[in-house]
Design a protein around this ligand. Structure first.
Ligand SMILES: Cc1cc2nc3c(=O)[nH]c(=O)nc-3n(C[C@H](O)[C@H](O)[C@H](O)COP(=O)(O)OP(=O)(O)OC[C@H]3O[C@@H](n4cnc5c(N)ncnc54)[C@H](O)[C@@H]3O)c2cc1C
Length: 459
């Protein structure tokens, strides 16, 4: 026996993965998408960041693969780059170059529209999933408003679609807070970190000797002391992507001259040097993102049965940390498992349990972003307090010379867990370094140290 019908609002990454998660236990799953979806990897209005290379964290890749087995191979077939995120990418932090060494956190480099197109093609062929075009304009509820019964849709026939479960996956611009308030429920609390992030991105073809053979990408993210950053990463089709980015900024570089000037202002000159030698495939495309916004759907004291929010509709993140799709994938997997545990003859409380199952991931990701972003001078916070500045910078300093510590630190972001830093081997290295009294190494921004060799630190 199965649940009857799930309706998903939006065919972005969160919506497509939700369909894959629900299809095994629902007789029918309908995704309602505002855009006319292209047949292949073409630009569409609802995903303005489509040309942007999207990196997946290891935990996100595992979740994608579990929901859509073989999807990694589809990305490889679509020409995605595949690289070791701690050995092949050089990262310049506020304390210098992070030591590089082999890891089990390999990642795909692929433009969002290519990645999304592969996921969409996999979801389209699930027999009980359909995608219809239309704009969801509100929620339908039972007479006493205790339970959702469907959605209202503009631009589609019929204009009301019945559902036992409605999943809002309409992204950063979701109107679900208003829709729920329209039903008479007190709206959920919202927490916001307003960072004023700007991006300007271009795809380039690099001459073969633009980077040393041991380097496939360079990350020099902004820091509170130096809010202009630069990123160079491999993406699909043998291309690279260069990003000029900043926090607490009012506008993104809008043309090639501004773009190159911005890169020259970054903490390392390495990206600007590669950019000057690159063949630009397109012109720099500016984006502006307000910051991180979390809607605390899981904390609502009173909520209608049958409503879940997922992806950017719950937590829209500062994109600098490359976490959004991974969070959506981990949530979709948690939803699949929660639905698998539920009795199909009684869905009471199911939507609330699904929403609750996202909490630990959301707490971890939001809190780590808050620790990094709250201390920029012009950042403002709504609904949350700034945590105290970190007491110690030992880990970051040690990571400039100890590749195992550096990899363990990267696993914290890749796995949404600090467990890698608690390992006895890592703790012993930290203690030994503190008692040695040594300081930071490799802090010449123009010279990237060679990677270390060895057995990858297990994840
Ligand atoms: C510049 C930039 C760089 C990024 N880089 C990375 C990265 O490297 N790695 C990473 O993991 N993440 C990255 N992200 C974040 C990532 O793009 C998002 O987290 C991810 O797209 C969230 O997916 P979603 O499905 O929740 O929302 P979206 O992808 O925004 O999808 C929402 C969908 O809903 C549709 N829709 C909206 N309203 C309605 C409606 N009323 N009715 C019907 N349909 C509707 C839209 O058309 C759209 O298709 C980046 C984001 C930006 C802006």
């Amino acid at each position: 026996m199965a649940f009857e019908h799930a309706v998903i609002v939006g065919a972005g990454i969160g919506g497509l993965l939700s369909a894959a998660a629900l299809a095994p236990r629902f007789a029918r799953v309908t995704i309602v998408e505002r855009d006319e979806l292209p047949a292949g990897a073409s630009h569409r209005r609802g995903v303005p960041q489509g040309e942007q290379m999207h990196a997946l964290l290891a935990i996100g890749q595992d979740a994608f693969e579990e929901l859509l087995p073989g999807i990694g191979q589809a990305w490889a077939d679509a020409g995605a780059a595949w690289f070791d995120s701690t050995r092949d990418v050089a990262s310049f932090s506020s304390q210098g170059w992070t030591a590089r060494g082999p890891s089990e956190a390999w990642t795909f480099g692929i433009r969002r529209l290519v990645l999304e197109s592969s996921v969409r093609e996999r979801v389209r062929v699930i027999p009980n999933v359909s995608i219809v075009q239309g704009t969801v304009a509100g929620l339908q509820a039972s007479g006493d408003r205790s339970r959702l019964t469907g959605v209202t849709v503009r631009g589609a026939e019929p204009s009301m679609i019945d559902a036992d479960l409605v999943v809002d996956s309409s992204g950063r611009t979701s109107h679900a807070v208003q829709w729920i308030a329209d039903l008479g429920y007190p709206p959920p609390a919202e927490h916001e970190i307003v960072s004023d992030i700007v991006y300007s991105t271009t795809v380039v073809r690099l001459p073969p000797d633009a980077l040393r053979a041991d380097i496939r990408g360079v990350l020099a993210p902004p820091t509170p002391a130096h809010p202009r950053g630069a990123v160079l990463l491999p993406c699909d089709a043998g291309l690279h992507q260069i990003v000029a980015l900043a926090q607490n900024a009012s506008r993104a570089p809008a043309d090639r001259d501004e773009f190159l000037t911005h890169l020259e202002d970054a903490t390392t000159p390495v990206v600007a040097e590669a950019a000057r030698r690159a063949e630009f495939v397109g012109e720099p495309k500016p984006f502006k993102v307000r910051g991180t916004r979390r809607v605390r759907w899981e904390d609502m004291a009173s909520r209608p049965e049958g409503f879940v929010a997922i992806g950017d509709a719950v937590l829209a993140l500062n994109p600098i940390y490359g976490q959004g799709m991974s969070v959506a994938a981990v949530e979709a997997l948690a939803m699949r498992d929660e639905v698998a545990r539920a009795r199909t003859d009684d869905a009471t409380g199911l939507a609330g349990r699904i929403q609750e199952s996202f909490r630990a991931t959301l707490d971890f990701v939001f809190d780590s972003g808050l620790r990094s972003d709250a201390h920029y001078p012009a950042t403002t916070l709504h609904g949350v307090q700034a945590p105290p500045p970190p007491k110690s910078r030992v880990l970051g300093a040690l990571a400039t010379e100890d590749w195992k510590v550096a990899v363990a630190m990267r696993y914290v972001s890749h796995d949404f867990s600090a467990a890698s830093l608690q390992r006895p081997e890592i703790q012993a290295r930290v203690r030994a370094w503190i008692s040695s009294g040594r300081g930071v190494r490799h802090n010449d921004p123009a010279v990237i140290p060679k990677p270390f060799a060895g057995k990858p630190l297990p994840r």
